[in-house]
Structure formats: C-alpha cells, structure tokens
Design a protein around this ligand. Sequence first.
Ligand SMILES: [Zn+2]
Ligand SMILES: [Zn+2]
Length: 340
Amino acid sequence: MSYCVECGKEGKTYDSLCAECFDKRHKLVRVPEAVDITLCAHCGAHQRGANWAHVDRPDAIRHALEGAVEVDTGAQLDVLDVKLREEDERNLAAELLIGLKVDDAEFRREKRTRIRIKQGVCDACSRQKGHYFEAVIQVRPPEGEVEEELVEKATEIVHQEVERMGPEVFISREESLHGGVDFYLGSRGAAKTITKRLQSRFSGEVTVSSTLQGRKGGRDVYRMTYLFRFPAYQAGSVLKIADEPFQVVSIGPPIVIADLATLQERTVPASTLKSARKADARTLMAIIVSRDEKEVQVMDPETMKTVTLLRPPGIAEDAEEMLVVRTAEGVYPSYLQSIN
Ligand SMILES: [Zn+2]
Ligand SMILES: [Zn+2]
C-alpha cells in the first residue's frame, strides 16, 4: 500500500501525493489573461492559421479557448464550460469551469479570461470585394421579347441558391442588360449547378462558353459563361393557332396545349409551337358568381360584367375565384388554374 508523502494518508497516490494534496500542490492548468480571436468583418468566419472556418461566434470562441488553455503534462482536459459576458463590442469576459483528469482522479479549476475580438477579412470576402469571379450566368428573355416577371423569378432563384450554398459561394457583381441579368459568381461549380436549376424550373436553352484567363498551379484557368435563355413559351402561355386561342399546358416533352374555346387538350409536335404566335393575352383572377357541372359564371375583371364560361378542370366546389384569360376578343377560362 502506498501513502501520501505530504499527509501520510494511505491509498492511491498521484506523483507520491494523495488526490487532495495533489490538488493543492498543482495548478494543472494555465489560461492567458486575454485570448485574441480574428473574425471576418463581413461574414464572421474565424481565422485559424492560414485558413478561415465558417462557424458561428460561440464555436469560434470555444475553439480559441481550447487552443489557449494550457494543461500540465500528465493531466487531460476533460470538461470546458464557458460563461460569456459582453463588455463591449470587441471584448467579452469569460468564466471557465475546467474539468481535468490525472490518471483516474478528477479535478476542477475555475479561471477567468477576456476574449478580444479582432476584425479581418476572410479569403472568400476579400475575393468578393475585389470583384473576383470564375463564371457568369446570363439570364435572358426569349429572343425578341420582354419577360420582366420571369427574369425577376429567375433572379430570386439565383439568390436563393447562392444563399443555400453557404458563404464560400457569392455573387460579386450583378448587372441588368439586354432585358436580362448577368450574375458574376465566385465559383464555376456553383454557376453550373444554378444554371441547371434554372433549366429544370423553366426549361429553356443553356449555352456554355469559356475564355482562357491564364494559368494557376500549372493548369489553365477558364472563366465560364452560362447563357440561360427562357423558352418562347411556358406552361400557361397563350398563343394563337389559326386565329384561335390556345394555352400551353406543358412544354413537355410531349408538348400539350389546350383549346381555350373548347377546353380540349391535345399533344402537338414542336413545330406547332414554332409556327404559332404569342397572343396578346393576360391571365387574370376573376370572381366566380355561380357554377354548375359544365359552366361557371364569372365577373369579367375588365368590364365587371358577368360572363358564362366553360368550367375548366380543377375548380373546387367552394372556390370563389378562378383564373381567366383576357384577349382583345373576350374572356376565356384559363385551362391551367395554377401557373407558376
Ligand atoms: Zn496527502
Ligand atoms: Zn468573410
């Protein structure tokens, strides 16, 4: 049986001392008076050596404290509880409750320090501020047309996707031109993914081109341009074939259109759309006055007169409104009752 050289107590010893005497004799842990951390002024990323970690502030502080706490040889950092109190924008008082293990004995220490926050600019943000870009997404309306609403929707999607992809992906510049928008992106891969997303949402054509920018690390570096052009027709578009109004139900494949005068659907070849012309039509919401199985009476939103229309599919029994198509010739039911 061993005994403590300090108090003579018999039992397990640590460095010839009982746990109690060991606790009194050893500091076990040292914490500097202040711990400096550098956070990106723009996105809050935490500088770790040559790199930047995109973590939130509590994670950054914890990581810095774990690095700053010095533990005696033979002791192990077990628990680190941190209580923070903001003193001002750049300084936080930190109370640390530290649990340590030496062999099978557990010790606790309470320490105080101050977190000093320094500001920097991370690589992603400095590239962004420097108008850095690797790819351009060009969103364009159909040839010879104006489609402000579609361009706005596409812009929304581009912003959402960039947001979703995290702080490494950013738009360094955005320019409206030729009825569309150019987005300068910091990442080629992101630009490709976002363009694919636009195409799956709206159909349309994508043309990819690249220009050589130079060489980096022995490799050619290209700047990519993804030209996304909306298709001439979308689901919901109204067009005229032999002077009759049709609505595009699906741009397919297969392409499906509906005759607005009869509400009959039919599948047509792509050449039909190519030879059709776009009708001067607007899709509007109209109040339903009454309905039966085959017909609905609605208030023409333009003239406020009640008109009788064929009842399109998808009108619920308690629906109070429905979509109608207004052309120069009159009002038609919209075959599609939900249009994105
Ligand atoms: Zn002792
Ligand atoms: Zn940043």
